[in-house]
Design a protein around this ligand. Structure first.
Ligand code: ADP
Ligand code: MG
Length: 399
């Protein structure tokens, strides 16, 4: 992550010129995100409600006619990575360059005419913090190529192709939320998404999303992000296990996905899963979490931001106890913030580290942040990174 002071389209363009010896054709930005509510629901065809952060990944880009892709990131010392686009293969192990190269691969695989390109990346999205720096990198790349090559893709399609790049080329089985948030969010809003309607199996043309006004400041509130700066090793394996448990639950209940278990039928569903207590708890999380997203949408639509506080906290308890994807650092953020007067708090993102969010009255925000820092120091954890989550714009051209 580059320091914010050194971040901006002009600097990114200047770095591009220095690297590649000519000006870029433009600079595109794609944001990181937090998820307000709706955790581990996206791969269950369920509901999520992310918002874009002011932190962005910038891509300065220019076309090349020779079929060569040259990739450089300000966060990765050394020369650009150079790859012939026609030979890109998901079996390649390209490290960070796999994300933008995977986007080129996915675009070409979809039959879109992308030849070579030079790309230089600069980012203020913390990496590996559960704030979707990977999606920001993919969406910045795809948005640049979409415009440079006149591909005419809408933001939803950009998101799907980026998800495909991450799933198939990088090999990370992520859902559709992160890329959609980065591509489609708008300033001053959270984005309610019905992920079933977004999937390739969903109704074509159905937009599956709704911009929900979200302005904590107007209600005297602040939403804080607390990046714990830890990521526990078991995260990847646990994610795959959770997905498998959800699929097992859907099979046992005879539904296509857990999204199809209505909240009012939860009790009977759990009774049917009595012999599989772990699967039952995973199911209970997903079903109640979908319900919490719908409740949060209703409260926000009524302008009552403060009323989502208890929903966030209930979501954390469900992630911690039923889905078991929290960790001591995330639990400590939530407990400490609530003790310091927060209205609600929860882990955000896949869990096992990464970030939490805290909804707190403006007048208590600094004290709550300080209380979290002190609690982390006392527990011997890293010093957390804490900043306000201002609902920001999705991917766009910036120069
Ligand atoms: P998250 O998406 O939560 O930040 P991931 O593990 O999904 O975490 O993605 C982080 C990875 O994405 C990094 O390890 C790196 O490979 C790549 N990445 C993200 N942003 C950049 C960047 N600005 N420069 C180079 N690589 C990046
Ligand atoms: Mg990611």
């Amino acid at each position: 992550m580059t320091a914010t002071a050194a971040h901006g389209p002009q600097r990114t363009a200047a770095a591009f010129r220095e690297l590649f010896g000519a000006a870029p054709e433009g600079v595109w930005a794609a944001p990181g995100r937090i998820n307000l509510i709706g955790e581990h629901t996206d791969y269950n065809d369920g509901f999520v409600m992310p918002l874009a952060l002011p932190h962005t990944t910038l891509a300065a880009a220019a076309r090349r006619a020779d079929g060569v892709l040259r990739l450089h990131s300000g966060d990765v010392p050394g020369d650009p990575v150079e790859l012939p686009v026609a030979a890109l293969d998901p079996a390649d192990r390209l490290g960070w360059a796999g994300y933008p190269a995977g986007v080129v691969w996915a675009l070409r695989e979809a039959g879109l005419p992308v030849a070579g390109a030079d790309l230089h990346i600069d980012s203020t999205v913390p990496t590996g913090a559960g704030l979707s720096s990977s999606a920001a990198l993919e969406v910045a790349t795809a948005t640049a190529l979409n415009e440079l090559y006149g591909l005419g893709l809408d933001a939803r399609r950009v998101a799907r192709l980026c998800q495909r790049a991450e799933n198939r080329f990088v090999g990370v089985p992520c859902g559709i939320m992160d890329q959609t948030a980065s591509a489609c969010c708008t300033a001053g809003h959270a984005l309610f998404l019905d992920t079933r309607a977004l999937s390739p199996r969903g109704p074509e043309g159905g937009d599956g999303g709704r911009q929900v006004p979200f302005d904590p400041a107007a209600r005297g509130l602040r939403l804080l992000v607390v990046d714990t700066r830890v990521r526990h090793e078991l995260a990847d394996g646990a994610y795959a296990q959770r997905r498998a448990a959800c699929e097992a639950g859907a099979r046992a209940l005879g539904v296509r996905a857990l999204r199809d278990v209505p909240f009012v039928q939860l009790k009977s569903a759990l009774a049917r899963l009595a012999g599989e207590p772990v699967v039952a708890r995973r199911v209970r999380h997903v079903v109640t979490e979908n319900r919490r997203v719908e409740e949060a949408v209703a409260r926000l639509a009524a302008g009552a931001v403060e009323e989502i506080g208890p929903i966030l906290t209930a979501g954390h308890a469900s992630c911690r106890d039923d889905f078991e994807v929290s960790c001591p650092e995330l639990d400590l953020v939530v407990e400490t913030a609530l003790d310091a007067g927060a209205l609600g708090a929860r882990m955000t993102g896949a869990g096992f580290g990464g970030s939490a969010i805290v909804l707190v009255p403006e007048g208590r925000a600094d004290a709550a942040a300080e209380a979290v820092r002190e609690a982390f120091a006392a527990a011997g954890h890293h010093r957390p990174r804490i900043f306000p989550a201002l609902p920001s714009a999705g991917a766009r051209r910036v120069a």
